[in-house]
Ligand binder design. Structure first.
Ligand code: MN
Length: 250
């Protein structure tokens, strides 16, 4: 009787948390890769991925990122990636219990009929889930990151200049990323919703640890900055959650 009660209580707690996007921590721990600490947030629940609520308000990043952009970006764009990913996975029930990172790490090995949808919409779900957690006003670059940046780029200023240049150099829609790999920081750019962990499962010892990404799709900045991507990119440093990056570097 007591066991039954306890199990029921535990079950309710788990399902309630899952409803909030906090999914069964530890389930995949034995398979955990070093790609990010967010792996377990992106487990499907009953075969479906869910939009994770923001841990802050839509206006929390004002004046650098406006509330209306955040509301549309999270509530409409990100939600659409989640919906289309789920629609595709209905065609492939055997994949519906895999974490999103597991799918992306070997995305080119997925069946052809869902591969591009998982890449585009699964990538969209992973990238945005990661992005929201990377944003906060008022944090300062930590020692671990600044030491690595100085070692990898010569100076913090040079790192920032290189990252801004990479963000500006993306033709059309995409992302610029900072990853740690082989003890160095590296800048990656990707088109569309691609990201540095896609197909990185082929070389499990060198999976890049994603630390930060900037979404340079026009939907990320057009309402506030119109066509001026450079203004959005230079303002981005004001909203980087450096505390989160220090945690990722542990
Ligand atoms: Mn976006």
């Amino acid at each position: 009787m007591n066991n039954l009660k306890l199990n029921r209580k535990k079950f309710l707690k788990t399902t309630t948390l899952a409803g909030l996007g906090v999914f069964a921590l530890g389930i995949e721990a034995k398979n955990a890769s070093n790609t990010s600490i967010y792996k377990n947030d992106l487990m499907p629940v009953n075969g479906k991925f869910e939009l994770i609520p923001l841990s802050y308000s839509y206006s929390a990043l004002e004046p650098f990122i406006d509330a209306q952009t955040m509301e549309i970006h999270h509530g409409k764009h990100h939600q659409a990636y989640v919906n289309k990913l789920n629609e595709a996975l209905i065609l492939m029930p055997s994949l519906q219990n895999k974490s999103l990172e597991d799918l992306l790490l070997n995305v080119s090995s997925l069946p052809e009929n869902i591969r591009s949808t998982v890449k585009n919409h699964g990538g969209g779900h992973w990238n945005h889930s990661f992005f929201w957690k990377s944003l906060k006003i008022g944090t300062k670059m930590g020692d671990k990151f600044s030491n690595l940046a100085a070692k990898s780029f010569g100076s913090i200023e040079q790192f920032k200049a290189n990252f801004e240049k990479a963000s500006m150099g993306i033709f059309g829609s995409g992302w610029a990323w900072i990853v740690e790999q082989d003890g160095q920081l590296k800048i990656f750019t990707s088109a569309n919703q691609d990201n540095p962990i896609m197909d990185a499962g082929k070389d499990p010892n060198r999976i890049p640890k994603v630390l930060l990404g900037i979404d340079v799709w026009e939907h990320a900045y057009y309402l506030k900055h119109k066509n001026k991507r450079a203004d959005y990119v230079s303002n981005f440093w004001n909203v980087v959650n450096w505390d989160e990056i220090e945690i990722l570097l542990k």
